[in-house]
Design a protein around this ligand. Structure first.
Ligand code: HEM
Length: 165
């Protein structure tokens, strides 16, 4: 099976999703946007800004989980593709840190600080492990067998904490 075709489809799929969301974000009026702002980021100020970073944050979450699952599931994926996906994973984990911190500072008084503190620590751990994994894969070494399950488990745990706490 040609894996790079799937990779390409995923990239175009993600790209069009961003396009649709961005035109929604730019095109609709304030009242309409406020109606559809998710409860977790609803506040009196700056909701247009919150919405943009929230979309990027959710996008990063899906990329982290999908790329980690793919690497775990397809152990035998061809070398170049594996390297690309590991790079995607590291970039998405950095995106999560960046958009997460921005969201946090935008909504300082509206969020649960304990929840954000736990998420922050786990996200930093995920980012460090993703970087180690990427370095090992790009230098042709075999990464520790526990590293990928740990990354995936951390990503899922953060997502569960984000929605439940
Ligand atoms: C891999 C890392 C991360 C994942 C998978 C993740 C996932 C999520 C998800 C799914 C939501 C939406 C929750 C909802 O709508 O109820 C969310 C919201 C949010 N995240 Fe993250 N996140 C990550 C890292 C971070 C980091 C590092 C920070 C801050 C330093 C952060 C701060 C926030 C804030 C402020 C919100 C919006 C308010 C809230 O739900 O409390 N996130 N995150």
């Amino acid at each position: 099976m040609d894996h790079s075709r799937w990779y390409c489809c995923a990239q175009y799929g993600g790209g069009s999703l961003i396009l649709v969301q961005t035109s929604f974000f730019l095109g609709c009026n304030d009242y309409f946007l406020y109606q559809y702002t998710p409860l977790s980021i609803k506040s009196e100020r700056n909701y247009r800004m919150h919405y943009l970073f929230y979309i990027l944050h959710l996008l990063g979450m899906s990329v982290v989980i999908i790329s980690a699952s793919y690497l775990l599931w397809k152990n035998d994926a061809a070398g170049e593709l594996r390297k690309k996906i590991a790079l995607t994973l590291v970039s998405a984990s950095h995106l999560q840190l960046l958009t997460g911190f921005i969201l946090f500072f935008l909504m300082l008084s509206d969020v649960n600080h304990m929840k954000i503190g736990i998420k922050m620590l786990l996200a930093i751990e995920l980012s460090v492990f993703a970087t180690i994994l990427k370095k090992k894969i790009s230098s042709g070494q075999t990464p520790n067998k526990f590293i990928l399950p740990t990354i995936l488990l951390t990503g899922v745990t953060i997502t569960v904490i984000a929605f439940l706490l």
